[in-house]
Write a protein that binds this ligand. Structure first.
Ligand code: AMP
Length: 377
């Protein structure tokens, strides 16, 4: 099926075509009629499966651009994700030749500037809960006109730290508004919580388990704790990735690795939770544009980010939460491209390798470095 057979608005179908998007993905085809019927939806679908457009297309279609009112609030956990969704709305609006106005409202942004931006009477607001709540309280955001609340990265948003601010926003909206919750991973507990928020929701789930696309190959290299960064450098030169993300569990580990690779003239950018907003934005843009071919990141900083054509992911250590492995390796192998995920582990981490293989039904191949190449370990 093509988009112009699924969706009603030919301008949006044409806009999608300009973006090279012709056929809906499964989640897009399934979510579209439900969203159009004003149903609440909870959707869990793999990273890179087109989740953002799955909710944006039907919501953008419903907007009457002549109306100067807010239709949709999209809540996301991070600044980067807010920018990503914001850009997708802008791109599709412009390609569809529709004057759909969108504003991004995030906690670290200048509030006065945000108040200024809100004067354009946006149809869509995307951003983080606390700041949006603050602006609703100050009557700068008119929450009573909202038809739909989208909660993106929903499992993260129902986490204990982010739940309350999200509920604060929810309470300002009409009781019977439409609620859409999208996420790549959602365990039983998160799903239960989501069901309490999106009452009577239609639930779209595509796998029994949270699964990893089978286009991704998995490897691990055993080393000592002390040798990890040196091993990282050897793995990097053996693999020769075009675009590689390197994941760290702890922020403090990143600087040493960054300095080391930098010293050896690797083109790297750093993305950590404590980098300032501009630094993070520049890091992503430079990596995205291919000006740097390595991006070092922590889990928190990289959640939900979509960067095209990442071919390799390297884990400098394995995450404690298996879900983070899914998110990390899901940065490569998107849209059926091939991907490679290499983990640098100590003997002590081998237990985690076993757990990951069992949880996700993946085969992680043991490799070692020999004469600058990765060979069977
Ligand atoms: P997401 O899962 O929302 O992070 O989307 C991943 C990427 O897939 C984005 O760059 C989208 O532009 C792209 N995309 C979304 N839907 C489609 C589609 N139906 N066909 C091809 N690419 C798509």
């Amino acid at each position: 099926m093509k988009f112009n057979e699924l969706i009603e608005d030919s301008q949006i179908a044409d806009g999608l075509l300009i973006q090279g998007i012709e056929e809906p993905t499964v989640v897009q085809a399934d979510a579209y009629p439900l969203i159009k019927q004003q149903k609440n939806v909870i959707a869990r679908s793999q990273t890179g499966s087109g989740k953002t457009l799955a909710y944006l297309i039907p919501l953008m279609e419903q907007i009457d651009v002549e109306e100067k009112r807010l239709y949709t609030i999209i809540l996301v956990p991070t600044y980067e994700l807010s920018m990503q969704v914001f850009k997708q709305v802008q791109l599709l609006a412009s390609n569809s030749r529709k004057d759909i106005r969108v504003v991004s409202i995030i906690g670290s942004g200048n509030i006065n500037r945000q108040i200024e931006l809100l004067k354009c009477k946006p149809h869509i607001i995307v951003g983080t809960s606390q700041r949006i709540f603050e602006l609703i309280k100050r009557k700068k955001i008119m929450a009573h006109t909202v038809n739909t609340l989208v909660i993106d990265e929903a499992d993260k948003m129902v986490d204990k730290n982010t739940l309350q601010p999200m509920l604060d926003v929810r309470k300002c909206l009409y009781k019977n508004i439409q609620i859409l919750m999208f996420s790549a991973s959602m365990n039983k507990k998160a799903l239960e919580k989501a069901r309490e928020i999106a009452v009577d929701a239609s639930v779209l789930q595509y796998e029994d388990k949270e699964s990893i696309p089978d286009t991704i190959q998995h490897m691990y290299v055993i080393t000592s704790r002390k040798e990890k960064i040196e091993t990282l450098r050897s793995v990097c030169s053996a693999v020769k990735a075009d675009k590689c993300m390197i994941f760290f569990s702890k922020q403090y580990e990143t600087q040493e690795a960054f300095d080391k690779l930098n010293y050896h003239h690797y083109k790297i950018e750093l993305l950590t939770g404590n980098g300032d907003k501009m630094q993070r934005k520049n890091a992503i843009e430079r990596f995205q544009a291919g000006k740097a071919n390595y991006l070092m990141a922590t889990d928190v900083a990289s959640r939900g980010l979509h960067i095209d054509h990442v071919d390799v992911v390297i884990n400098i250590s394995l995450p404690d939460d298996t879900k983070d492995y899914l998110h990390r390796c899901g940065r490569c192998g998107r849209n059926n491209e091939k991907g490679l995920c290499i983990s640098i582990v100590t003997e002590n981490e081998l237990q985690k390798v076993k757990i990951l293989q069992k949880t996700f039904g993946i085969n992680m191949i043991c490799k070692k470095l020999y004469k600058g190449q990765l060979v069977r370990g």
